[in-house]
Design a protein around this ligand. Sequence first.
Ligand code: IPE
Ligand code: IPE
Ligand code: MG
Length: 253
Amino acid sequence: MSSADENLPAMPRHIAVIMDGNGRWAYRQHLPRVAGHRRGAEVVREMVQSCVDIGIPYLTLFAFSTENWRRPVLEVRLLMNLFRLLLRREARKLHENGVRLCIIGDRSALDCDIRQLVEEAEALTCNNKRLQLNLAVNYGGRWDIVQAARAAMAAVQAGELAPEDFSEAHIAQHLCLADIPEPDLLIRTGGEERISNFLIWQLAYTEFYFSDTLWPDFDRMALEYALQSFAHRQRRFGRTGDQVLEGDCSASD
Ligand code: IPE
Ligand code: IPE
Ligand code: MG
């Protein structure tokens, strides 16, 4: 590390966000829950712009979990409609802004027209390099591990992989987000301190930041606070603090 770099705060390359608190925000304003989700979608736009401005290359947002189907049918329908709207209205703007959009999660349960919009938005933005925005929709960390294990098992069945050679890498390479760095920073808004089945494999060494701010109130300043907190962490990846200070601080062996 050069002396100039030492003066710069450490910046995450990849931020993952559990955007929680839309319902409570609406409740406090005496509005229906959907108003919270609508405002939450605006904040997604602001968050994407902030990451573009700051120069964060990867942003992964948890929009709908595999467990969120348990919500009232009407709320699920409204959330899916918001997703439709976002894909229709925002894909071109994201493209013009140099953002690549990737949807992660089990698409098979999504409506046909949504799947079509997803494919179009991904194709339109696939060569953009400024920011990769991963939107997790019908995503669950356990689902992700199972689908990766299934792919690895297929290799065993095809005789391409001996069971005794099976390793972490064979799961990791088939996970969603396998081709980008694991999240450096996880932000969860809304005051809860749990993972709720988000990227359970990929978060193994991620720094966590829990904020009481409800997602619809999470502004640029709130993001700056999270980044400041991150800048003061010492990431040890199993090593001692002294080893890290000596510069031996990568995640790999
Ligand atoms: C997060 O806000 C959005 C989704 C899970 C889709 P919530 O809707 O969970 O808001 P609270 O937790 O009820 O306030
Ligand atoms: C997590 O929020 C899922 C998303 C933000 C999409 P939830 O509000 O669904 O989480 P729990 O149920 O409180 O753990
Ligand atoms: Mg919630």
